[in-house]
Write a protein that binds this ligand. Structure first.
Ligand code: ADP
Length: 314
């Protein structure tokens, strides 16, 4: 039976994936799935293992342990079938700047053995979908950064893959070009039903996903729909920025926990009422008290005890 038509086969199944570079355990037993047609964000600070994971899934790197399967095809046993099922857009654009946009896409079609008429129709379709029809005869070195990224994306999709891997795809783009890029990806999912696994360290990009897998130091620390992960932290929560989080959390026990050396999360009903209590008891050592709904940043903080951005800087 054709595995691609198996009912319920996930676009990607990673099971206990591990990878070690010398002494560095870049991935340490990573298990998660990307559902068929789902948009999954792989969120984590720099160095958390995102690129290593995407390189294993795209068959460029062998895992030290564990397995990964794309549409049921094992990355080690059947790398060719995996590559046919995948579209890949890595961090730095790898376009041949001497080729035109049209030529770039046709070369890719030839690499995948598509017939000329089939390639021609697909190229026209992609140029239209990506707003690149007007620049199809232009050499890619004469394009804007945003246009080049869209050519990269179109190139990854020529052979109609079922899973698109994106590694920090908007890094070099300005906010307007980033927005256009994501609109294009979302339209693509709608029109072609393609599953997406996008590595990012940007919270707002992860917030728009169906599903988020949060990685930290090579491990999955949270996995679920963004709304469900936020809801698990409670509706509204009081956050206290203080000098000594342990001391304040102990005083508020059992409703509070120190999520970092300086941040306390106070749980329980009516958090507004506890703001006054915090100032009354801890006065000057409270730098700020904020009542707000949890964000994915808070999810990361709760799971790791560190701030996503603080960690990046370290
Ligand atoms: P991310 O994509 O989340 O920034 P990476 O997968 O690039 O994370 O890196 C994970 C860890 O593996 C980091 O500690 C990084 O320094 C290390 N690492 C990545 N590539 C190599 C390599 N080629 N050789 C040695 N260590 C590496």
């Amino acid at each position: 039976m054709d595995r691609l038509t198996d009912f319920g086969t996930p676009a990607l199944a990673a099971n206990g994936l591990a990878h070690r570079y010398g002494d560095t355990m870049a991935l340490d037993g990573v298990t998660f799935e990307v559902g068929e047609g789902a948009f999954t964000a792989l969120l984590g600070p720099n160095g958390s293992g995102k690129t290593t994971l995407l390189r294993i899934v795209s068959t460029l790197l062998k895992p030290t342990a564990g397995t990964a399967a794309v549409l049921g095809h094992d990355v080690q046993a059947d790398p060719q079938a995996v590559r046919r099922s995948l579209g890949v857009v890595f961090q730095s654009p790898a376009l041949d700047k001497l080729l035109t946009v049209d030529e770039t896409l046709r070369v890719q079609a030839a690499l995948y053995g598509m017939s000329r008429p089939e390639a021609a129709a697909r190229v026209v379709e992609l140029l239209g979908a990506f707003g690149l029809s007007d620049v199809s005869g232009r050499k890619t070195r004469h394009l804007s950064g945003g246009q080049r990224r869209r050519v990269d994306l179109a190139r990854g999709l020529v052979h109609r893959p079922r899973l698109l891997l994106l590694d920090e795809p908007t890094t070099a783009l300005d906010p307007a070009a980033r927005a256009v890029f994501w609109q294009t990806v979302h339209a693509l999912r709608r029109d072609e039903g393609i599953a997406v696994l996008a590595a990012t360290h940007l919270l707002d990009e992860a917030e728009t996903a169906d599903h988020v897998v949060i990685l930290d130091r090579g491990r999955v620390v949270a996995d679920g729909a963004p709304g469900a992960l936020r809801a698990a932290l409670g509706e509204e929560t009081l956050w206290l920025d203080v000098d000594d989080a342990e001391a304040v959390a102990t005083a508020f026990a059992p409703d509070a926990e120190a999520v970092s050396p300086t941040l306390v999360r106070v749980l329980g009903a009516a958090p507004h009422r506890r703001v006054e209590e915090a100032y009354a008891r801890f006065g000057a050592s409270v730098r700020s008290a904020t009542v707000r709904r949890a964000s994915l940043e808070d999810v990361f903080l709760s799971a790791t005890g560190r701030n996503l951005r603080e960690h990046e800087a370290s």
